[in-house]
Ligand binder design. Sequence first.
Ligand code: 6R9
Length: 642
Amino acid sequence: MSDTVQRPAAPSTANCTPEQYDALYERSVQDPDGFWLEQAKERLDWYTAPTKGAEWSYDPVDIKWFSDGTLNICYNAVDRHLDTHGDQIALIFEPDSPDAPGRSLTYRQLHKEVTRVANALKAMGVRKGDRVTLYMPMIVEGALTMLACARIGAIHSVVFGGFSPEALAGRIMACESRFVVCADQGLRGSKTVPLKANVDAALAMQGVSVDGVLVFDHTGGEIEMVDGRDHWFADFASDDECPCEEMNAEDPLFILYTSGSTGTPKGVLHTTGGYALWAATTFHYTFDYQPGDIFWCSADIGWVTGHTYVTYGPLINAGTSLIFEGVPNYPDHGRFWDVIDKHKVNLFYTAPTAIRALMREGDSFVTSRNLSSLRVLGTVGEPINPEAWRWYYEVVGKKNCPIVDTWWQTETGGHMITTLPYAHDMKPGSAGKPFFGIQPLLVDNDGNTLEGATEGNLCITHSWPGQARTVYGDHDRFEQAYFSTYPGRYFTGDGCRRDEDGYYWITGRVDDVINVSGHRMGTAEVESALVLHPKVAEAAVVGYPHDIKGQGIYCYVTLNAGEEGSDELYSELRQHVRKEIGPIATPDHLQFTDGLPKTRSGKIMRRILRKIAENDYGSLGDTSTLADPSLVDRLIEGRQNR
Ligand code: 6R9
């Protein structure tokens, strides 16, 4: 049926052979507590080692791991390596422009810098349990600030630097954050990103106010500083002493906002011990991390991938993590490959959308580079089409590098389903096998368990250490969103096929979430942004297949009485969404319509809207229940394809 690509022979150093995978997986599901308590002691340093494993229930939802253990994740990522790895490079910074100076920090320097940032935060008044919002470019100071928060027990909430001031303000308010950390500006593809100006705009909005803003000088661009509120990092006295706060394993570590089917983004909350263990263990096994390896994850720290695999996973393992501020196509489409050659990257982790975009530019950008340092290649964020997989494997990896297609989510903390480099054969397009302790379950729409080779909705049964614990400030919403569709199970929102070899193939979201260039976007968020416009009466947003982005954003819009759709309004609405959410939410297509297809009870029939956006009219299904069946023809006629 599907072709299989053989795994490379396991080198003697391999972290996991096929036999070890089978034995460890078996043990991890037979005796989860024993297995994870053992891993917890092996991979982390504790002030008080835990004796309790999982204490969990999905009905009602209450999840704890290692609840009698205490530790500090910053200590685990930094301090404990000083004696053994003090002079090893911890972070490498590669700037946007290849001509600008880069930077690298040894573990000793990292320790010093993190301590300085932690002391600056304390001087601003940040205390254990406080929320601190980060709005940073991809520079080492982002990772430093995450670690500094963790060091003093503050909860970080990183907001992607591409989000608008409106989106930033919403996330500051939602977790009642009293502190913001930003840089003056960021740089992407030679363009500046006005981060501090966006913070100023966000803080000028009604209901938003903070006690302090910490600003890093990155570009030296012109910005305004508000007296008493804004502080340059450089103005704080450098003080190298700052003890790590002893945290309970279940103390909150971070909040990260992510899109769901309904409403505003949810503040997914992760706690300290379980998350640290999940980051450490998955990084070790999935990438077959070996001491001395240079690891590069191209994700922004504004996403969970950046949290777990730019900052925490590599550093807890005493690895070297590369932070790249730029973009894949500046100054040309060979930039990624230049970065790999320059820093001799061994383990590279990126998204299918980047692979597809680079593949389109032809092989010469890759073949003109050396890339012989590469050993393992990873992908994340969305299903990878077999064609892009082949290109990554053959052209980038020269058939020498196993590919790990890692399926996971903000809510899962780290990898959940992935092949391991020397333990599993690969199937292009399949994420592969469950990670240790992960028990996937496929169910039909009524929640019935499906056995064997089958396709259904992907749930996870037993809890795992890296699992999110709640939605910050709204536990009901957490229960509602993930545990109510199929009671007693964690429902991922993804559809999935399991083949006869037990390999999992993620088919995409089955809810109203779309995946644009690997970024999760709730259709409801785009709809709310559209209806904020004074001329818009109603909006329905769906995803449709897009060659590069995976999915594009297609909006159906009805206007208020007396308003007419026009080219100007078309552009205005696209700009409007951009402003409300950020450039990643810019609609690809917008169709003005005199109505939306609704059932007689008033429910929008998105299935029909999706089919029309996909240009697939043959299978519209039953339209007889529509309040106005003739609308469908008008919608098809007005389909946008600009
Ligand atoms: C890590 C991350 C999660 C959603 C997830 C799924 C999609 C992620 C994937 C994948 C197929 C993979 N997804 N990895 N689909 N294959 N290897 O991306 O987190 O931003 O929360 O998105 O992304 O649909 O449900 P997040």
